[in-house]
Design a protein. Structure first.
Lengths: 195, 195
């Protein structure tokens, strides 16, 4: 990595938690400068403006979040076991970036705001759902999952229940809601599993 | 209502959607002044500062949201029918205040920010769950709901799934995720219903 690229990565590593915790509009440039120890000119050598920095910080946060949530997923055999593992990782593993799930935060933050961030969040959501649908369909093909299962419904249910539970758990400062969500999703998975 | 109280209510009706859409930190005083047509002095005759206005706006938004979501609930007989009705209302009825669910928005917005708003969101969440738990327990007493049901798990599941689905639906601009959540929750309710 060139020195320029290293500085850029350092900026993203410092800026991503700030944007994730405070939101795009709620976060001031000064906070980023304080966190990175850079002057305005130094920051703008790497990013054209606050919007570009916000977009790249979100990309950084999302990439790291997906990575940590799907770690070792390739080693798990069986569609239901893979879905169960994804739920388990979401419940067990702390957010890769302080401030909770960047996808949910940006979805909420940008729903009435920044259109570029909103589009990236849409893409992130769509990719996540497509990944889950793919696993369900794989299980349907192999006969492990009932042929009558609706992949999109299962995928949306897993995402909605986990994200909603994370919101409650973070608000309340305990894991009850996440554990309750996991128990319910286990029931959903049992129900789509072939006898 | 006195003229002062009318003005106060007008301010809350105008400010609540702005805070709900833009968040506490993301919303500037100027936006509130523009929306209400008041001067700074006029606004501060009714609210001590931006924080008090944000707190009262959230209270206003939450009260109206709960009211619209539970309208006519008292007329529904049977615990499962009442839970089903609550899910249905959440899916069918647009938010009372533009910008989506004020409880989720404030939970996400305030999780790393304003402690007063955070406490109010906690209370709102706790009340909502207590209400749902009460209905489940009522059904368990009457024998309509299986005695082995865990009320808290059912309540957390309903809240998490609906709120998460609303987040996805608002991000994607369609009701798919909410309808999928409703279908899954219908399965959850069927499962706790006594034979």
């Amino acid at each position: 990595m060139s020195k320029g690229e290293l500085t850029r990565q350092m900026i993203l590593a410092k800026a991503a938690p700030i944007f994730n915790q405070r939101g795009y509009a709620g976060c001031s440039l000064q906070e980023i400068l304080d966190a990175t120890g850079l002057e305005k000119g130094g920051l703008y050598r790497h990013f054209a403006n606050k919007e570009e920095l916000a977009v790249e910080s979100f990309r950084y946060a999302l990439t790291n979040t997906v990575k940590i949530r799907t770690e070792n997923l390739d080693h798990i055999r069986g569609a239901v076991a893979r879905l169960r593992y994804i739920v388990q990782r979401f419940v067990d593993v702390r957010s890769a970036i302080p401030g909770g799930c960047p996808l949910m935060n940006t979805a909420i933050d940008a729903d009435d705001g920044n259109p570029v961030l909103r589009e990236m969040a849409r893409k992130g959501m769509s990719d996540w759902r497509a990944g889950l649908c793919g696993i369900v369909e794989e299980g349907m093909r192999s006969g492990e999952i009932r042929a009558t299962t609706e992949p999109r419904r299962i995928a949306n249910t897993i995402i909605a229940t986990l994200e909603g539970a994370l919101m409650i758990s973070r608000l309340e400062g305990n894991k009850c809601a996440l554990e309750d969500a996991q128990a319910t999703l286990e029931g959903v998975l049992k129900e789509i599993e072939s006898d």
